[in-house]
Design a protein around this ligand. Structure first.
Ligand code: NAD
Length: 341
């Protein structure tokens, strides 16, 4: 079978990472029909929007997309394409694993975290306004529906992936209504999973301290949008940096797979950035498609290349370019038999 997949190369380092990842995934033994569509800065002049309708239509049709990072102007300019995409497609769960790998130079070993981030509301609702000239307000929206849905997703994820503890992250001591509602929903859902998945909660500031002191003690973390975003970058830093942190945006209608990192404009076009995060996002996509054997093959080939440490990019201590690292992974894949999944 051939899978139709929307491929959005993105801005900055996105196109070179997308090309490297597409080549690796094509070598996985699974057949893809890539529908390449552009979004972001590059299409603003042509369409007057960074997210043209045909991009959303392509994802809705194919139900699966692999996406490079897209630049969001700071303080002015167009609204984040990433946030709009997640809201428009109802991609309510952002799943971001952070896993220690042999060969990655980091302060910690044995980290195996999965951050489940609510993806549609919170301060990302984008409802902001000036109050006079010298003050500004941003509205934080937390609903019971979205909080129950993300809590349930986190517990179901834990069950399906043989994980044992869900930790809810919040600031309910200060935001008693919004974060209080989020925590109440997590507690309600946790009661349904008693005896199967353990539950605890942490205030977000303490959570950050705990994660840098003893990350190995945590398993699945569930958080509202903003804390989830910050904690997942922190978790990426625990295991080797943004170059190795993948992500999945999951909804009922579609799923969009993308790295945690952004478009790193200063490295754009230099064949320098690490393709690992986007390739691992592709691995998450293969698992989502039920192509477990191919996912395992790609992940193992990638891990072998990183463990060997010769054909890796600058951030992993190597001198290989983006495409050379992809070549090394493809060479590894070629030496492994394709097993039926
Ligand atoms: P960034 O993740 O783009 O880069 C921060 C730093 O991390 C880089 O300077 C680089 O040192 C390192 N880095 C990131 N990706 C790497 C890779 N693949 N290989 C090696 N090193 C890597 O963060 P930023 O500079 O804050 O954001 C740049 C732009 O990206 C902004 O416009 C931001 O809005 C956007 N962004 C997009 C997404 C997304 O598309 N989902 C996510 C985050 C940020």
């Amino acid at each position: 079978m051939t899978y139709p997949v929307t491929l959005i190369p993105g801005d900055g380092i996105g196109p070179e990472l997308a090309e490297a990842s597409r080549r690796v995934l094509d070598a996985s033994g699974v057949s893809f029909a890539w529908e390449v569509v552009d979004a972001g800065e590059a299409v603003m002049a042509e369409y007057g929007t960074p997210l043209p309708d045909h991009v959303l239509a392509s994802i809705r049709r194919n139900r699966v997309a692999l996406k490079g990072p897209i630049t969001t102007p700071v303080g002015e300019g167009f609204r984040s394409v990433n946030v709009t995409l997640r809201q428009a497609l109802g991609l309510y769960a952002n799943v971001r694993p952070a896993l220690s790998m042999k060969g990655l130079d980091s302060r910690y070993q044995g980290v195996d975290l999965v951050i489940v981030r609510e993806n549609t509301e919170d301060l990302y609702a984008g409802i902001e306004h000036m109050v006079g000239r010298d003050a500004a307000e941003s509205i934080k929206i937390i609903t019971r529906e979205a909080s129950m849905r993300i809590a349930r997703y986190a517990f179901e994820y834990a069950l399906a992936n043989d994980r044992h503890m869900v930790t809810a992250v919040h600031k309910a001591n200060i935001m008693k209504l919004t974060d209080g509602l989020f925590l109440e929903c997590c507690r309600t859902v946790a009661a349904d999973y008693g005896g199967r998945v353990a539950f605890q909660d942490r205030i977000v500031d303490n959570m950050c301290m705990q994660l840098v002191q003893k990350p190995e003690q945590y398993d699945v973390l569930v958080a509202p949008n903003l804390y989830g975003d910050i904690i997942s970058d922190l978790a990426a830093g625990l295991v080797g940096g943004l170059g190795v942190a993948p992500g999945a945006n999951i909804g009922t209608e579609a799923a969009v797979f993308e790295p945690v990192h952004g478009s790193a404009p200063k490295y754009a076009g230099q064949n320098k950035a690490n393709p690992t995060a986007l390739i691992l996002s592709g691995v998450l996509m293969l698992r989502h498609l039920g192509e477990t054997a191919a996912a395992n093959r790609v992940e193992t080939a990638l891990r072998d290349v990183i463990a060997e440490g010769r054909d890796v990019t600058y951030d992993l201590g190597g001198t290989a370019g983006t495409s050379e690292m992809a070549d090394a992974i493809i060479a590894r894949l070629a030496t492994r038999p394709v097993a039926a999944s």
